[in-house]
Design a protein around this ligand. Structure first.
Ligand SMILES: [Zn+2]
Length: 131
């Protein structure tokens, strides 16, 4: 596998960016307002005044979506960690795209296709039918 100077430089840049990235929290940070459901609350009045907006941290944990409301000072403390996680995802995607560009031609792929319409034909590899 020949790695070009550009690919090597791109890898070094991504690795340096990764090394600079600090703590990272999974999930996403959104702002949301909501109705509490209480029948006499201002949030069901006309016009409604919803509660919030609150910062909501949503993530997957054990195959479940977990949402947690964040208030200050936690919000200010966590916010850069969400930014770092976003940066990590972008860098990982960039690294994978770079590497994918290096393996465009799979090494196992034959350079020419087997000829069709032969009586014997090429043996089917790994056939699980025969038993
Ligand atoms: Zn309410």
């Amino acid at each position: 596998m020949k790695v070009t100077k550009q690919q090597q430089a791109a890898l070094a840049r991504i690795a340096a960016d990764l090394a600079r990235t600090g703590f990272a929290l999974p999930g996403s940070l959104t702002e949301g307002s909501y109705r509490c459901g209480s029948p006499n609350c201002k949030c069901v009045a006309d016009p409604p005044q919803l509660h919030g907006p609150y910062a909501l941290w949503t993530r997957k944990a054990d195959n479940k979506t977990v949402t947690r409301r964040l208030a200050e000072p936690a919000l200010s403390q966590y916010r850069p960690w969400f930014e770092n996680a976003k940066r990590l995802r972008a860098l990982a995607a960039e690294l994978q795209a770079l590497t994918l560009g290096m393996v465009r031609t799979p090494p196992q792929q034959p350079s020419h296709r087997p000829r069709p319409a032969r009586s014997e034909g090429p043996p089917q590899p790994r056939s699980t039918r025969a038993k």
